[in-house]
Ligand binder design. Structure first.
Ligand SMILES: Nc1nc2c(c(=O)[nH]1)N[C@H]1C(S)=C(S)[C@@H](COP(=O)(O)O)O[C@H]1N2
Ligand SMILES: [Mo]
Length: 556
């Protein structure tokens, strides 16, 4: 019978069991997190944290996502909050696992410690089914994101690896709980005589000391590996913009990579070309797997193309231009013989990212699978070894690190696109479509916070410069107004773009009157359609509107 009066030894021992069990669980969590971090760092195996984020992300609405992003102070702080939350969450869950384990063994604890064994053999009957159940549950819940593999294994292999990762990590956690419970706990129950005997048992203090020491060592090791991962992380570069006086026709990637960056990841894929494969499957006569060498041996084209993110705000810098080399997608797809019923193309990437668009767009000769950027192998951050380039559609439609192309018919497409047809799309980005509207921008002189930074001098000509980009329609005209849009004058297109790349323009302005004024730029696309002047925020369908910049004119 358990004595349940408030201060009874039995009650105290329950509390002690709970506390030591929880503590054992948290120490086991450190071992598990260390295991996950090592597998991630050295083998590119996805952590459950990343898989859970990617599983949840599309379920959020774009408004909630942007709201959280603003509250956190940006994408990077939001990612960091997520990481710390996930680490804390896993420690708490493992702690609860420790509590369950400790309670499970509580009834005949004395027998164990007295024999001096750390791993109680009775623990396996809870541990083995427990670990298998948790792993199975996670595999089921995370099924769609298990295709992630940061070293670039194809989706089928990636699923096995991600499942194995969880089995290993959760086993480490389970065995860790057994181990640390064995070290920390003392026989808590049984007749008073036994308790006294156990309390007097030599070595429990030493064992606890050992456990805490091991825990500290694990924490230090985990901290070290996390710091390494952190240094590789996207925190340092995600969201980098390219705008201002330094803007050139081709965005340099040397010596510094100035091309804008957007990544959903904590740590971007670091793909090994040797294990990487591209497979083409679905509604095709002859599905095929390509190695990098096979793709590189195919006839290729070089093509200047501008990318622009759907989060590009009027006058901002999530937009860059590069020369991409790769194989036109229609040529590649011709090799697998698409069936006549294909309507949609789905791309999958090593980081679990996916995107779809219409088959007709995939069959345009300017849609490429690209492996070079400005004459160099694609940098890791931009999708090494292979990314998609699809002119005219927002950046998110240009998946990096692609590993699979799936051709879908109308029914597959509908099934897949129940909630939207891409990673960001599922949240509700680009509900109205993925076609980039025409944009134009002042880059020089330096603009900051809607003002030209330096005042102008009356009567002294100044060169205004900027870019204009018309998606896949080109640019035919750029005009500048120095009176807040009342009158317009043509600017000179100094570096004309192609249909699918931006144009750089210049305009010599001689301020005539002292005071404040507003300069505006607008572009006309290659089809003669004027840029949309109505202002629209980038959420959720991408920004529109003209770039207005205030100027102060002083006496010369
Ligand atoms: N696999 C993968 N592809 C991706 C993304 C990503 O997070 N993962 N981000 C997309 C978004 S939103 C944009 S704007 C472009 C940015 O490409 P860049 O970083 O090379 O400029 O990549 C797209 N392709
Ligand atoms: Mo984007």
């Amino acid at each position: 019978m358990i004595d349940s009066t408030p201060d009874s030894p039995a009650r105290r021992s329950v509390l002690q069991t709970l506390i030591w069990g929880f503590f054992a669980g948290t120490l086991a969590a450190l071992a598990m997190l260390l295991c996950m971090a090592l597998l991630r760092l050295f083998l590119g195996w996805p952590t459950p944290t990343e898989l859970i984020f990617d599983r949840l992300f599309p379920l959020l609405t774009v408004e909630f996502f942007i709201g959280s992003l603003v509250k956190a102070g940006g994408y990077t702080p939001l990612k960091l909050q997520g990481v710390f939350g996930a680490l804390a969450g896993q420690i708490v869950v493992a702690g609860l696992g420790g509590v369950i384990y400790a309670l499970y063994l509580r009834r005949s604890w004395a027998a164990v410690n007295q024999k001096g064994r750390v791993l109680d053999p009775r623990g396996w009957s809870l541990l083995v089914p427990g670990v298998l159940a948790v792993t199975t549950l996670m595999v089921v819940l995370l099924w769609p994101t298990l295709v992630t593999n940061y070293r670039g294994y194809p989706p089928g292999t990636a699923r096995w690896i991600a499942s194995l990762e969880m089995l290993i990590s959760f086993s480490v956690c389970g065995v860790g709980i057994m181990f640390f419970c064995g070290l920390l706990n003392r026989p808590p129950s049984g007749p008073r005589a036994a308790r006294t005997e156990a309390d007097a048992q030599p070595g429990i203090g030493l064992r606890r000391f050992l456990a805490v020491g091991l825990g500290a060592a694990l924490a230090v090791a985990l901290g070290g590996v996390l710091r390494k991962l952190f240094a590789l992380g996207t925190f340092g570069y995600d969201g980098r913009q390219y705008s201002g006086p330094k803007v050139q026709k081709i965005t340099p990637i040397r010596p510094d990579d100035e091309f804008y960056q957007v990544s959903k990841n904590l740590v971007d894929p670091d793909i090994s070309r040797d294990v990487w494969r591209l497979d083409i499957v679905g509604q095709v006569e002859t599905p095929r797997v390509y190695s990098f060498a096979e793709l590189a041996a195919m006839p290729a084209v070089e093509q200047e193309t501008t990318l622009l993110c759907i989060s590009y705000g009027v006058g901002s810098g999530l937009c860059s231009n590069a020369i991409w080399k790769g194989v036109p997608l229609p040529m590649l797809l011709a090799q697998v013989k698409p069936k006549p019923n294909v309507t949609t193309v789905l791309f999958r990437a090593a980081d679990g990212y996916y995107e779809t668009f219409r088959f007709a767009k995939a069959m345009e000769p300017t849609t490429l699978v690209a492996y070079e950027m400005n004459g160099e192998p694609l940098p890791q951050r931009h999708g090494f070894p292979l990314r998609l380039i699809v002119p005219g559609l927002y950046g998110e439609k240009n998946p990096k690190w692609i590993t699979r192309i799936e051709l879908l018919d109308e029914a597959d497409g509908r099934l897949h696109c129940r909630h939207g047809c891409g990673f960001y799309k599922e949240q509700g980005w680009g509900r109205e479509g993925d076609v980039i509207p025409t944009h134009s921008r002042f880059d020089a002189p330096q603009v900051a916070g809607g003002h030209f930074k330096a005042p102008f001098k009356v009567g002294q000509p100044v060169e205004l410069r900027g870019m204009a980009f018309g998606g896949d329609r080109g640019i035919s005209k750029v005009e500048v107004s120095s009176d807040d849009g009342r009158t317009w004058t043509d600017a000179t297109i100094t570096k004309p773009g192609t249909k699918i790349s931006w144009s750089l323009w210049s305009y010599s302005w001689t301020p005539a009157i002292v005071g404040n004024t507003t300069l505006v730029v607008r572009a006309t696309d290659g089809n003669g359609a004027p840029q949309i002047s109505e202002y629209r925020d980038q959420v959720p369908d991408g920004a529109t509107g003209l770039h207005y910049v205030k100027a102060r004119v002083e006496n010369g």
